[in-house]
Design a protein around this ligand. Structure first.
Ligand SMILES: O=C(O)CCC(=O)C(=O)O
Ligand SMILES: [Fe+2]
Length: 304
């Protein structure tokens, strides 16, 4: 089983999260993100930054304690790590670094194009929508752990509420109607799209979104106009918070209550490029019917 080694390590590693689970949850719900760091991070033991996704098995073996610790932090925080069918070749942990074959993609493994504000895996069900018993939901959280830093490459976060404060009531109304189509992001092996979904959902007094600058469209001109206004707004840099990530430091954020970005840069592909590890999390354990192979893996979600 693909993630067995790192899940077994996660079982044995304790006290990774530098705060109580309650404190973590409170911060996450209040601020939409939490900055934290690994207690023991040994930069000198890291492999070179990978340049092909197929290096993942080798790196997981070499840096298995680090991978295990990152998963263990999720369990301590009450988050269930997941991976999606058709993405990242079933590996729970994704290498966010420029990969040679992805250089032309706007993706976490691209580099030369700006990756504008987006929610990850926005084609899946978001909070407040009727759950699918067949497909896994959109991730609730993303965690990015920095392994190698590059000064001119930044992850930035925008808080959805701060963006929506600037959106007119009529645009908000339209954005909450099921008049949008969403393309599956470029990180998936196969393309697909969903039609007739809203960009915004109001649930339990909170807004959630599936906004993706690159992959969402209005299905008529009125819907597209409201979305274009939102797209333009999200490029206002005063709404961006540059996440200060040094090696060994991580950020966990609410995927559907924020948007995240990464600026363009020139990769070297020489083993020294910027490198983050990414994990998707759910606040609730998925249903067995949402799992690809429930008898083998409790973390691999169906997407079709
Ligand atoms: O490279 C980054 O900082 C974030 C990339 C990204 O959007 C992701 O990993 O989902
Ligand atoms: Fe992303």
């Amino acid at each position: 089983m693909k993630n067995e080694l790192i899940l077994t390590k996660a079982d044995r590693i304790r006290d990774v999260l530098p705060m109580s689970s309650q404190e973590f949850k409170n911060k996450l719900n209040r601020d939409c993100f939490v900055l934290w760091s690994l207690p023991q991070f040994k930069a000198d033991e890291l492999t070179e930054t990978p340049v092909l996704p197929s290096y993942a098995d080798y790196i997981e073996r070499k840096n298995s304690d680090l991978h295990g610790a990152l998963l263990s932090a999720h369990f301590e925080a009450g988050l269930w790590p997941v991976v999606y069918q058709g993405e990242n070749n079933g590996h729970l942990i994704r290498h966010v670094c420029p990969m040679i074959k992805s250089e032309d993609k706007v993706s976490s493994q691209g580099g030369k194009f700006d990756f504008y504000p987006h929610v990850d895996n926005p084609d899946l069900c978001i909070a407040g929508e009727k759950i699918s018993h067949r497909k896994g939901p959109c991730p609730d959280t993303l965690t990015l752990l920095c392994l190698r830093k590059e000064d001119n490459v930044k992850t930035s976060l925008l808080k959805l509420d701060a963006v929506l404060d600037l959106v007119s009531d009529s645009d908000k109304y339209l954005l909450a109607q099921p008049v949008y189509s969403v393309k599956r992001p470029a990180s998936f092996e196969e393309g697909s799209s969903v039609d007739g979904v809203p960009i915004l959902v109001h649930n339990n007094n909170r807004w959630y979104s599936r906004f993706d600058w690159h992959n969402t469209r209005g299905i008529n001109s009125e819907a597209e106009k409201a979305l274009k206004n939102l797209r333009d707004l999200t490029l206002d840099r005063s709404l961006w918070f540059d996440v200060p990530l040094n090696p060994g430091e991580a950020v966990t954020f609410l995927n559907q209550r924020t948007m995240h970005t990464r600026n363009a840069f020139e990769p070297r592909y020489d083993g020294t490029d910027r490198w983050l590890l990414r994990v998707f999390g759910l606040t609730e354990r998925p249903l067995d019917s949402q799992l690809l192979e429930p008898e083998n893996c409790l973390h691999h979600l169906r997407t079709i």
